[in-house]
Design a binder for this molecule. Structure first.
Ligand code: MF3
Ligand code: CO
Length: 249
């Protein structure tokens, strides 16, 4: 069931999203060669708690950390580790969220560690831009397929592919709510978009093929062909005046 949020709910949720955005910025600004992914995770967790929030990924289906940190050919759900040091040239996807007074925020971005290749930069730019294409398509009266179609067209026109095994989602009093928000699809198909719907739109884009595999740790998702992958996500609310991004500072 898709839950439409009231103005009162959206006000609280905006705080959860503001905290999520601050934590992502804090961790992202610390990305540099030699830093461990566990250090980034701690910065994010400390920030969320300092703002009165709680890390909402921690213990979600047994997930052990605040953030998912996925490097280069890792797509999503990389587990932070004291053993994993960032290297110059890495692209580092950080995905995290906060719960505040019962409501969730969720956001992600891919950061460059030092100087990265022009190919890596183009992949990151395309993925970020595809998120904004998807957001622009999230208008009241449209359909869920409009979002995925906008993302997919933008990505594929640039020679990349969208991941299909993982999708965006509704968000609110739960981290994951209906509806699913695929990053591919047919415009005009799927459920109708209405004011008060809150969606986490999150394109995962591979430089090569769309196929992925999961490591034996049960979490880390990699590109099957070893190509680079990037991930950007915002929590968005659909209003009568168009989509509004909630995960902003
Ligand atoms: N950020 C993921 C999403 O956007 C959720 C991560 S699953 C978790 O749906 F277990 F790591 F929390
Ligand atoms: Co999400």
């Amino acid at each position: 069931m898709v839950v439409l949020k009231t103005g009162r709910e959206l006000k609280i949720m905006r705080e959860a999203c503001r905290i999520s955005a601050g934590a992502l910025k804090t961790a992202g600004m610390a990305v540099e060669p030699g830093v461990t992914t566990a250090q980034l995770d701690k910065l994010a967790e400390d920030y969320i708690r300092s703002q009165g929030g709680e890390p909402n990924f921690k213990n979600y289906e047994g997930y052990p950390a605040t953030a998912c940190i996925s490097i280069n050919n890792e797509v999503i759900h990389g587990i932070p580790s004291k053993q994993r040091k960032l290297q110059a040239g890495d692209i580092v996807s950080i995905d995290l969220g906060a719960k505040f007074e019962g409501y969730h925020g969720d956001n992600a971005a891919t950061f460059a560690c030092g100087d990265v290749s022009p190919e890596a930069k183009r992949l990151m730019d395309t993925t970020r831009e595809s998120l904004y294409e998807g957001i622009a398509a999230a208008v009241s009266g449209g359909r869920i397929g409009d979002i995925g179609n906008a993302v997919q067209r933008y990505v594929e026109a640039r020679g990349y592919s969208v991941v299909r095994q993982f999708v965006g989602h509704g968000i609110g009093t739960h981290l994951h709510e209906a509806p699913e928000v695929p990053n591919f699809g047919t415009a005009g198909r799927g459920i109708r978009l209405l004011p008060g719907m809150t969606l986490a739109i999150e394109p995962m884009v591979n430089a090569g093929g769309s196929d992925v595999k999961v490591l034996p740790d049960g979490w880390t998702v990699l590109t099957r062909d070893g190509s680079l992958s990037a991930h950007f996500e915002h929590t968005v609310v659909i209003t009568a005046d168009g989509p509004k991004i909630m995960t902003l500072l």
